[in-house]
Design a protein around this ligand. Structure first.
Ligand code: GLN
Length: 489
């Protein structure tokens, strides 16, 4: 193994080299820096890097800790003390985090080294990372396509071997969907499982932080570090956390997997559908029993999400007024003028659209018709899942109906973009956990584009879907494939 090969390692493999003192944390970070320099000009995954500080941390890293000496990338919506936290928005330009998010504190306590912040759709609003006010991120499998979003920088960095692993956030699919489109593993924990303290809020009743990694085992390693109760997040659950790695196994005997009939809809790319069908067969051959289930309120999920998420966003984003953080409009006449111009100039078009939609659905004349009704339908969607989980241990579906689309292809039509979230959104509305794992490729214009398989699990049943995903992964080679850019640099 030469230093050049280090960035291709999984976290688990890097960790064992570090522990055996065959590689130092400094060497790992040095190799990663070279890799980032070689590929990130084209990919555009990172918004900021703090390699010098990371190298310093590396020299005192305790490599015997669970993530000792492992450098990790962090979506630029999670506060890492001293590093920029821009949410890819002009309104937070120049802002540096004054404290660590709980997840960052916990990663550090487990020995990990957060060294860089990754690109995203502005305030995590989007499905392609094209809403970043800073730059484009390209899909490592095909540079003319999106990496998915909103955690597109994290997904692209991991896919291009420019990160060993990363954190993302998932409000309606933003970890799972970019993981699927970029060919990596993305895991969204149960709402409340991982502390949101220090995550800049988009829609507080839906947001969750989780890992993007090369393997399911790596997701478990990160979950072991970040999961668990945090008194600083009032929605954090005070429940014991299992050792997710210890629960991994290769057998699916006795597992009941549900295929929701509403998810096998028209409009799914035929190659995506074929890959999911093959994966279901494969799981069946590993011992899983396949059961048809129904989630009757699925049709309402996208509409309900875009009412509730925008309503919450309109309230959460009220704090960006030019007084406290980041960007401030120049020469205001008075206070109101300062607020107005700062927000006018500081927010991008998608964020404004959401604030306006959210303000509308919360306004006195429409509150009952939209916001309140959406809350009721949200409860029906939650019950759909509760009923399905009486029959099965996990649900299986595509993560996204289509593979990575072309840059610019969907930006003109926000509704088309919203519909890309059809399979991921309901899990956030119901608060359950979900994972996307690579399950094949489509062949488009001579490029192979990754396909993601989604597994959804009961609240707090993370260990089970991680185990199922791992058992599946162990019998396939999809996760081992690297994008062309990884081979050429
Ligand atoms: N694509 C969805 C949206 O635009 C989900 C985003 C997310 O999960 N942060 O809101």
């Amino acid at each position: 193994m030469t230093e050049k090969d280090l960035p291709a390692l999984s976290i688990a493999d890097l960790q064992s080299l570090l522990r055996r003192r065959e590689v130092s944390a400094r060497e790992a970070i040095g190799a990663l820096r070279e890799r980032i320099e070689a590929v990130d000009g084209e990919i555009g995954a990172y918004l900021s890097l703090d390699i010098d500080a990371a190298l310093k941390e590396a020299d005192t890293a305790n490599v015997d800790l669970p993530l000792g000496g492992v450098p990790l990338a962090i979506k630029d919506i999670i506060n890492v003390m001293g590093q920029p936290c821009t949410c890819a928005s002009k309104i937070l330009r120049g802002y540096r985090a004054e404290y660590n998010a709980t997840v960052v504190q916990r990663l550090r306590a487990a020995g990990a080294i957060p060294f860089g912040k990754t690109n995203l759709d502005e305030f995590a609003m989007g499905s392609s990372t094209e809403n970043s006010a800073v730059k484009l991120t390209r899909n490592p499998w095909d540079l003319s396509r999106v990496p998915g979003g909103s955690s597109g920088g994290s997904a692209a960095a991991v896919a291009a071997d420019a990160a060993f692993g990363a954190l993302g956030s998932d409000t309606g699919g933003s970890i799972r969907q970019p993981a699927a489109l970029s060919g990596v593993v993305g895991f969204k924990p149960t709402y409340g499982r991982v502390s949101r303290f220090g995550l800049v809020a988009f829609a507080s009743s839906l947001d969750q932080i989780g890992p993007l990694t090369k393997t399911v085992r790596d997701s478990c390693l990160i979950m072991n570090a970040i999961a668990g109760h945090d008194p600083q997040d009032s929605t954090s659950l005070d429940e014991p956390v299992p050792d997710y790695v210890a629960k991994l196994g290769n057998d699916l005997r006795g597992v009941r997997l549900g295929v929701p009939k509403e998810y096998m809809i028209e409009g799914i790319d035929p190659q995506v559908k074929a890959a999911i069908d093959a994966a279901v067969k494969q799981m069946n051959s590993l011992g899983a029993e396949i059961v048809d289930v129904s989630l009757p309120h699925t049709d309402y999920a996208v509409a309900v999400y875009y009412i509730l998420a925008t309503a919450e966003a309109s309230a959460n984003l009220a704090r960006f007024d030019g007084v406290r953080y980041g960007f401030r409009a120049e020469n205001p006449r008075d206070m109101l003028d300062l607020y107005g111009h700062t927000r006018e100039q500081g927010f991008g078009p998608e964020v404004k659209r959401r604030i306006i939609l959210g303000t509308y659905v919360l306004s006195s004349g429409y509150y009952d018709a939209y916001y309140l009704r959406a809350q009721k339908v949200r409860e029906l969607i939650r019950r759909d899942f509760a009923e399905a989980f009486e029959k099965v241990d996990a649900l299986i579906s595509p993560t996204s109906p289509v593979p990575a689309f072309k840059l610019g292809e969907r930006t003109a039509d926000p509704l088309q973009m919203y519909l890309a979230d059809i399979f991921t959104i309901a899990a956030n509305l119901a608060g359950i956990c979900g994972i996307s794992v690579p399950c094949g490729f489509t062949e488009v214009d001579g490029h192979r584009l990754p396909i993601g398989l989604q597994l959804l699990g009961k609240p707090l049943d993370e260990a089970r879907i991680l185990q199922i995903a791992h058992a599946y992964e162990q019998t396939t080679d999809w996760h081992k494939a690297r994008p062309p850019i990884a081979a050429t640099k």
